[in-house]
Design a protein around this ligand. Structure first.
Ligand code: FES
Ligand code: FES
Length: 218
């Protein structure tokens, strides 16, 4: 894995500078020193990105490009898709089926914006390969309403203002539906704990809690 550290970066800067015939080899100025430290800082910031990009590239090189036909059900409709085996469920939904309700926040399983229901259980669709859904039933935010009626959880989010910008909301609602299917949350603290995988940057947590409790107690 490609790694950078401060001393390697500063040493490489020094070697390069000492090999540069146009630069004085000794007596570096304060400005030069600060410049080196600044570059080291940039290097530190870029290191994780470079490492991740190298990892993704290595993975893509390691796995052969192969396509398969995936047969599954999305929002009660049977779908058949020709897919690269490396495509995530989230990308299949958004880019192949053009269902943009499930949101891509972090793409790393950390924010919950991509939450959908797979056979009734909530999952992060960004961490799930589409090919793992063969024969499964996927429900997205687009599939919760029925016959022109909002799902009770959607209606409760509206009633309690369980959102501001709305970016996390499809994931929050799908996760809340999954939470009630699981039946493990009985107190406010348990609801908060079991919804903690869904991040809301707008901080609408209290209203989300009120919405979930309303549906739970209905
Ligand atoms: Fe999937 Fe953040 S986009 S968890
Ligand atoms: Fe904006 Fe949750 S409503 S991130």
């Amino acid at each position: 894995m490609l790694q950078l550290n401060v001393s390697q970066l500063i040493n490489s800067i020094k070697v390069e500078e000492n090999n540069n015939p146009q630069k004085p080899k000794e007596g570096s100025t304060r400005r030069q020193f600060l410049g080196q430290i600044g570059l080291a800082g940039v290097g530190l910031q870029l290191a994780p990105l470079i490492s991740k990009a190298a990892g993704v590239a290595a993975l893509n090189n390691a796995l052969p490009a192969e396509s398969i036909t995936l047969n599954f059900t999305v929002n009660s409709t049977k779908k058949s898709l020709m897919l690269d085996t490396r495509v995530t469920l989230l990308d299949a939904l958004r880019e192949k089926l053009h269902m943009a309700g499930s949101k891509k926040g972090c793409d790393h399983g950390q924010c919950g914006a991509c939450t959908v229901l797979l056979d009734g259980r909530r999952i992060n669709s960004c961490l799930h390969l589409a090919v793992m859904c063969e024969g499964a039933e996927v429900t997205t935010i687009e599939g919760l309403a029925s016959g022109g009626e909002l799902h009770p959880m959607q209606a409760a989010f509206l009633k309690h203002d369980g959102f501001q910008c709305g970016y996390c909301t499809p994931g929050q609602i799908c996760s809340a539906v999954g939470l009630l299917n699981e039946g493990h949350a009985h107190t406010d603290d348990e609801i908060k704990e079991l919804m903690s995988g869904n991040i809301c940057r707008c901080g609408a947590y209290n209203n989300i809690l009120y919405a979930i409790k309303e549906v739970q107690n209905a």
